[in-house]
Write a protein that binds this ligand. Structure first.
Ligand code: MN3
Length: 212
């Protein structure tokens, strides 16, 4: 079963002025598309051919770098698109909002720490809010197309929010000003989607404790 490029859940021009239409076009249509094509070629006739993307990532140490880079690239971008929306931003409410408050003292503190982590990642990579293996919210970052689901990740957990900090995500509009891109990104975060992800992880955790 080959992986496919998902359609964007909004018009590519609808994230303007925060992310420009040309960046969206190239980022989704060229970069993400290339991860999908390369991944499919790399896993053709291997056992990964029939696995879910999550299962590949959880066992990524068994695969060559080409699978690590492109399976990560595919998963990370699928998630990234859904975590953006026109007229997004603001503060998360509900259970995720409460959990962010208790883990980071306030939403502003969380924003500061997340921004710092994203700015501090040298070169290409991602910044994440994850629910870690002890069930706590945690901010971390990964290099290249790695992510916290991978068995080789330094900080393991399930991603709730992810920010692409590769230059291809912002260079056309922001050039070297990564922090301006991050400031803009907060205006289009899809907190409803992040909350949905958080609740799903919580549900799974509850099920697992019941089984134990
Ligand atoms: Mn990207």
């Amino acid at each position: 079963m080959a992986f496919t490029l998902p359609a964007l859940p909004y018009l590519k021009e609808s994230l303007e002025p925060f992310i420009d239409v040309m960046t969206m076009e190239i980022h989704h249509g060229k970069h993400h598309n290339a991860y999908v094509t390369t991944l499919n070629k790399a896993i053709e006739n291997t056992d990964a051919d029939k696995m879910s993307i999550e299962d590949i990532l959880k066992n990524i140490s068994k695969y060559p770098a080409i699978v690590r880079n492109n399976a990560g690239g595919h998963f990370n971008h699928c998630m990234f698109w859904t975590l953006l929306r026109p007229n997004g931003g603001g503060n998360p409410n509900g259970k995720l909002g409460n959990e962010i408050h208790s883990a980071f003292d306030s939403f502003d503190e969380f924003k500061k720490k997340f921004t710092k982590s994203a700015i501090g990642r040298f070169g290409s990579g991602w910044a994440w809010l994850i629910k870690n293996e002890s069930g706590k919210l945690e901010i971390c970052s990964t290099p290249n197309q790695d992510n916290p689901l991978m068995d080789i990740a330094e900080n393991k957990g399930i991603p709730i929010l992810g920010l692409d900090i590769w230059e291809h995500a912002y260079y056309l509009k922001y050039q070297n000003r990564r922090s301006e891109y991050i400031d803009a990104w907060w205006n289009i975060v899809n907190w409803e989607e992040a909350s949905k992800r958080f609740l799903q992880v919580q549900k799974k955790e509850q099920k697992n404790t019941q089984i134990k």
